[in-house]
Design a protein around this ligand. Structure first.
Ligand SMILES: [Zn+2]
Length: 153
């Protein structure tokens, strides 16, 4: 999926989880959710996050394949543990929520996601082609849901 679809879905997930999460001001909470939503594609050289973090991303794409370990549940678990230990669970929750939302929506694509890569296979895929009309429709639906959540719920 493209970065804008990831941002929209993560923002929606943030709107639904904010009140249940350990207290954090809205701006840092949503900033972490959105950052988390961009992070997984650091394993893809053409992504926005890779352009921001160029030397690091280059190194990562050299060693790890796209939608491999960095899009797995193992990596999310390790990230959660690391961020909780270093900075606190208050920050780990929104960051990993954004990250998880990225992987979840990537599994709607034809390419799909193997959640248990590289140990075993738990592959989920869908019918959406990245960057094509189907993804744009999904993006519009997400925007509509965000607007509904903000104005009517
Ligand atoms: Zn991805």
């Amino acid at each position: 999926m493209m970065y804008y679809t990831h941002l929209a879905f993560a923002f929606l997930a943030g709107l639904f989880t904010y009140t249940f999460s350990p207290p954090l001001a809205p701006i840092p909470y949503f900033a972490l959710v959105l950052l988390g939503a961009l992070l997984p594609d650091i394993d893809h050289r053409e992504s926005i996050i890779s352009k921001w973090m160029y030397p690091l991303a280059w190194l990562i794409t050299f060693f790890f394949r796209h939608r491999g370990i960095i899009h797995s549940l193992f990596f999310i678990t390790a990230l959660f543990w690391t961020i909780s230990s270093l900075f606190g669970v208050v920050y780990a929750i929104p960051l990993c929520l954004g990250f998880l939302s990225h992987v979840l929506i990537d599994s709607l694509t034809v390419h799909g996601i193997n959640y248990l890569y590289p140990l075993t296979t738990l592959k989920i895929s869908g019918f959406i082609e990245t960057g094509k009309a189907g993804e744009f429709m999904l993006f519009l639906v997400l925007l509509a849901l965000i607007a509904m959540k903000i104005f009517f719920w």
